[in-house]
Design a protein around this ligand. Structure first.
Ligand code: NI
Length: 391
């Protein structure tokens, strides 16, 4: 491991604990972003700014002249979740009802460590390194979109991020090519029929029977409309209609979620949902409304950028500790927003330690982190910078 100084390891942990103890929700990260901003200002050579109200950007412009200098970006998210913390760590959340249960405190601390390390090496660096401390990852449509609009990744050749994984052992890192996580789109369908007496259905347009047909037919999309190799998940999770035993209601409400791993199947599935609802309701003389709540795009890692990640990971963690991951997850991440502008690689870093017994999932009130893992995350970012901007 290249980081030999105990001091940076301790600093990373102390920053992490400070942020953990003072969590703030998405778009409300006032104290968190102040802390990050003020700390970055104490490191040399960084141009620190606030692209949005509660995000922070630090830019390090290298002084070394080379023929084709590259720009790279690292991103950490800084927001917490509306969860009451149930751990008994000494730095437990002081903001009751808000908790860093997704490890964004650790993402921030690891990246602060890399900013500190790299800020003193400006003479060796060619090109540009951007450190993005992003607000509101947990709040759809996510803070990343605002930063993309503020052009924080314009001209970036590669962007990198890490997320902690409580199921990967501390001291290991996952490497996933191609799709890392799904696109999430929720939908609401209202079938508008014609209510009436339950004894005279011929005088009504029954939205329940039509709705039942819609629900059944939506499964045709994943079973018969899209290739089994690209199939999304489509779940109907709400069906509400009627409340009296002798009345056929006027409307039926259906809610669900679509999770797709690529743009093509996502667009196809949405098209078929619209088509099936329209076809079935019209066939029975009813009408309908569909409301799509588009979530994050899928995170699709870039091949060349993953190769850079993998090389750095092997150097920092050792080959046997770089875990090949072959399955994407069906959760969402707004890191995808940056990928519209720059090729990227988002990967999982292990934080599980048997002795700590911290196998609670992300977003759990007892979620905990093996802090010994954090220095490796910092070193991973530093190594990427060395390999790209200091050759
Ligand atoms: Ni997260």
């Amino acid at each position: 491991m290249a980081i030999k100084q105990e001091s940076i390891k301790e600093e990373i942990i102390s920053w992490r604990r400070h942020i953990h103890e003072n969590p703030e929700l998405g778009f409300e990260e006032v104290e968190t972003s102040n802390f990050i901003y003020e700390l970055l200002e104490t490191f040399p050579n960084l141009e620190v700014s606030r692209p949005t109200k509660t995000s922070v950007l630090a830019v390090l412009k290298g002084k070394k002249v080379t023929e084709s200098p590259l720009s790279i970006a690292f991103r950490a998210d800084i927001d917490a979740l509306p969860i009451v913390e149930e751990t008994d760590v000494p730095f437990k959340s002081k903001n009751v009802g808000v908790m860093h249960a997704c490890g964004h405190d650790t993402h921030t601390a690891m990246l602060l460590g890399a900013a500190k390390e790299l800020s003193t090496r400006i003479e060796e660096i060619s090109g540009e390194i951007r450190f993005i401390f992003q607000h509101a990852e947990e709040v759809s449509p996510g803070g990343a979109l605002g930063l993309v609009e503020q052009r924080v990744v314009d001209g970036v050749d590669h962007i990198f991020a890490l997320h902690v994984d409580p199921y990967l052992k501390s001291g290991t890192i996952g490497m996933k090519d191609d799709v890392w996580c799904a696109a999430i789109d929720d939908f609401e369908i209202t079938i508008i029929g014609k209510g009436g007496h339950a004894a005279m259905p011929e005088k009504t347009i029954d939205p329940i029977v039509i709705g039942a047909e819609v629900v059944t037919n939506l499964q045709q999309i994943v079973a018969r409309k899209i290739s089994a190799l690209q199939v999304p998940v489509l779940s109907v999770v709400v069906f509400q209609s009627g409340n009296v035993l002798n009345v056929i209601p006027e409307t039926a409400y259906i809610g669900g979620t679509l999770r797709s791993l690529d743009h093509l199947s996502r667009n196809e599935a949405k098209k078929y949902v619209n088509q099936i609802v329209k076809g079935i309701t019209e066939a029975h003389g009813a009408s309908y409304k569909i409301n799509w709540m588009d979530g994050y795009d899928p995170v699709i890692n870039d091949k060349e950028t993953v190769a850079i990640s993998r090389n750095a990971a092997i150097e920092v963690f050792g080959k046997e500790y770089v875990i090949h991951q072959d399955k994407p997850m069906f959760g969402g991440e707004d890191f995808s927003a940056y990928l519209q502008k720059a090729p990227g690689s988002m990967q999982f870093i292990g934080i599980y330690n048997e002795k700590l017994g911290n196998d609670f999932p992300l977003h759990h009130p007892k979620f905990m982190v093996d802090e010994d893992a954090l220095q490796y995350g910092t070193e991973y970012f530093v190594k990427i910078a060395e390999n790209i901007c200091m050759k």
